[in-house]
Design a protein around this ligand. Structure first.
Ligand code: NAP
Length: 262
């Protein structure tokens, strides 16, 4: 088995990464940072976002496993004291591969088209003033948005930023994108739905810049700023992310453990 490890960079996560390499060597696993089959993320959900983006160029060929060194995560189920058990299971059994939907955007500027993938979400905000954009759904005008921003989340990202802005939690078996507002202004000129909504896999939405504005586009944990964005097309990606499950990790148990039985 070819594997790579990404850790959060703190002392505990780094020392667990070292322990993992030792245990993996004893089992004959091959360390392969460039083209791994399995990527072990050690840290939190934020570390899994980094691991995903490190390997997004070969997303269909890798499967991710998360070890959490803080609180139980949405992407990280293995605990610090379960490292040996995980390596034994990796050596002894084939995992079940669970596939989650990703969000895809195409950003259009006067000179180029840029494509990005998100595991959690894309967030669009104005850098200097409120964001002013027109939103079209399936090429039909839908609403004129003015406000702090828009969050376009995947089902597995629905428990992250999307939840903080009042969006619903969506099971990752539902291939969809959720579009949620951040503090929209509603008056005679700008009128928005006021609640989040879900787009199915075969629909798309275009966000069209309606003034000269510097935009902040966050792709999961990474933000970029640009003044030349004309429009952004958002859809459910045809690609999915693979998670290697060596034991069950039910989504609704994670929701309960993160938000209810704290
Ligand atoms: P961060 O600001 O250091 O951490 C954001 C928090 O979100 C962390 O506690 C992280 O968990 C948690 N998180 C990440 N993905 C999650 C998921 N799918 N479900 C539930 N919680 C999740 O930033 P970061 O670690 O680089 O993560 C970037 C993420 O932060 C973005 O994708 C966005 O979802 C989130 N964010 C949230 C808000 C908000 O809720 N107001 C604002 C900005 C960004 P860990 O501690 O396990 O890493």
């Amino acid at each position: 088995m070819k594997y790579a490890v990404i850790d959060r960079g703190d002392t505990l996560s780094q020392s667990l990464a070292e322990q993992f390499h030792q245990l993996a060597a004893e089992r004959g696993f091959e360390r392969e940072d460039a083209e791994p089959d399995i990527v072990i993320s050690i840290g939190g959900d934020g570390t899994m976002l980094q691991a995903f983006h490190n390997y997004v160029h070969r997303v269909s060929k890798v499967a991710f496993v998360g070890i959490h060194t803080g609180h139980l995560g949405f992407y990280a189920d293995w605990k610090v004291n379960e490292l040996e058990e995980l390596v034994s299971m990796m050596a002894a059994s084939e995992p079940i591969i669970v596939r989650y939907p990703l969000a895809e955007i195409e950003v259009e500027t006067p000179t180029e088209k840029l494509q990005y993938y998100a595991l959690n979400e894309f967030t669009l905000k104005g850098a200097d003033a409120t964001l002013v954009v027109q939103m079209n759904v399936n090429d039909e005008p839908f609403e004129m948005f003015r406000g702090d921003g828009i969050v376009i989340s995947t089902p597995s990202g629905s428990t992250a930023y999307n939840k903080s802005v009042g969006g619903s939690i969506v099971h990752p078996s539902i291939e969809s994108l959720q579009i949620a507002e951040i503090a929209s202004i509603n008056n005679r000129v700008y009128r928005t739905l006021g609640s989040s909504f879900l787009l199915p896999r075969h629909h798309h939405c275009d966000i069209i810049s309606k003034k000269e504005q510097r935009l902040v586009l966050a792709i999961d944990h990474v933000s970029i700023q640009r003044s030349d964005i004309k429009s952004i097309r958002c859809s459910v990606s045809p690609h999915k992310v693979n998670f290697a499950r060596y034991r069950p990790f039910p989504f609704w148990n994670r929701v309960r453990d993160a938000f209810i039985d704290m």
